[in-house]
Design a protein around this ligand. Structure first.
Ligand SMILES: NC(=O)c1ccc[n+]([C@@H]2O[C@H](COP(=O)([O-])OP(=O)(O)OC[C@H]3O[C@@H](n4cnc5c(N)ncnc54)[C@H](O)[C@@H]3O)[C@@H](O)[C@H]2O)c1
Length: 333
């Protein structure tokens, strides 16, 4: 059997593709390359096209003997989802519906779905458990929640085995060639500022947290990938189904702490211009979002192994390998 990995040319999908192959699984990647790149797929079989193309999906599933799907492809920018909600519903919800229709027609047995902590919205608890009410605060989070529900409904009707995996803040790289090329998450945003000799921005310094800045749960992308391998195998063996689980470390790190780690790793911690500037809060940013990570540990025996230092070091190596460091900034010590 083989696994169809949608979005396998993207940041997280390419790590999953590599980890699945390293574990001896056969894979075929389907990606429209809207934010992905061919280079990341290596010599895995790549089909270029959209999950909205049902005919292409059916042909791919038939010719590759697909029995399982890891559905990673999606649009993921929160602000863009607020500005273009229908685009997000089309890509993330309609795209998943078309994929499920093809999967059911082809008797696919297992599905792993890339969900997000964004389904919780602004949780008011120290550690977010999976049973916490889901009240997304933006269209992106809403599309992920609808996706989870659609999968559960199809599973109830067909016996499809599934795992909805809710990622928290993904960072780092398992290989410089697979680095996140977008500049939308905290780590690349700070790299971008520092590379241009500009001070990093922190949004909000007056939250009810120990240092006043938001607290998040950062998880290394290689750990995210290993969780997918474990989930895919447990689904295939029939040992697990109907799983909804967080992927996080269960440890909160404040934005200020993360910025300080980045300054140290990039050698900019002594530079006056690299002092972070605290700006007003951004609307909709919850004070603290940290995963309870016990469910994935108890169901799959999976646990995260990489810490924030390793996330930042690997991400910086990838950033430099992409040629994004301004020479002047790199030399600052
Ligand atoms: N990066 C994070 O911190 C994070 C956190 C939570 C959840 N997620 C989820 O993880 C998944 C991957 O995120 P990423 O950070 O790797 O993003 P990414 O943009 O790097 O990867 C998405 C991939 O999907 C492809 N794609 C998009 N629309 C497609 C379509 N209609 N048909 C085929 N391919 C399509 C893109 O070309 C790209 O290769 C997404 O589902 C995202 O919502 C990411």
């Amino acid at each position: 059997m083989s696994w169809l990995i949608t979005g396998g040319a993207g940041y997280i999908g390419s790590h999953i593709t590599r980890a699945m192959r390293a574990a001896g699984e056969q894979v075929v990647v389907l990606d429209d390359l809207s934010t992905g790149s061919v280079d990341r797929v290596g010599d895995a079989h790549l089909v270029v096209g959209s999950i909205l193309d049902g005919d292409l999906l059916r042909r791919t599933m038939r010719s590759a003997g697909v029995r399982g799907i890891v559905h990673v492809a999606a649009k993921k920018q929160v602000a863009e989802s607020v500005a273009k909600p229908l685009h997000y519903y089309r890509q993330n919800v309609e795209g998943l519906r078309v994929l499920l229709e093809a999967a059911v027609a082809h008797d696919v047995e297992s599905l792993v779905f890339s969900s997000s902590a964004a389904v919780y919205g602004s949780p008011d608890v120290a550690l977010v458990e999976e049973d916490h009410p889901c009240l997304p605060v933006n269209p992106y989070g809403a599309t992920k929640l609808v996706g989870e529900q659609m999968i559960a409904d199809v599973a109830a009707a067909t016996g499809l085995r599934y795992a909805n995996l809710r990622y928290f803040n993904v960072a780092g790289t398992g290989d410089p060639t697979l680095t996140d090329q977008g500049i939308s998450n905290l780590v690349p945003l700070v790299f971008d500022r520092l590379s241009n000799r500009r001070s990093p921005h922190i949004y909000g310094g007056d939250y009810d947290t120990p240092d006043g800045t938001c607290i998040r749960d950062f998880i290394h992308v290689a750990d995210v990938a290993s969780a997918h391998v474990a989930a895919a195998r447990a689904l295939r063996s029939g040992e697990v189904t109907g799983l909804t689980a967080n992927i996080g470390r269960g440890q909160g790190v404040s934005v200020r702490e993360m910025v300080e780690t980045i300054r140290r790793v990039t050698g900019t911690d002594q530079a006056a211009w690299a002092e972070p500037v605290v700006l007003p809060r951004r609307p909709g940013d919850p004070a603290q979002v940290v995963a309870s990570s016990t469910r994935l540990q108890s169901v799959l025996g999976w646990r995260a192994s990489e810490d924030t230092e390793q996330m930042v070091r690997s991400a910086w190596a990838g950033w430099v390998a992409m040629g994004r460091t301004a020479p002047a900034a790199a030399a600052v010590g």
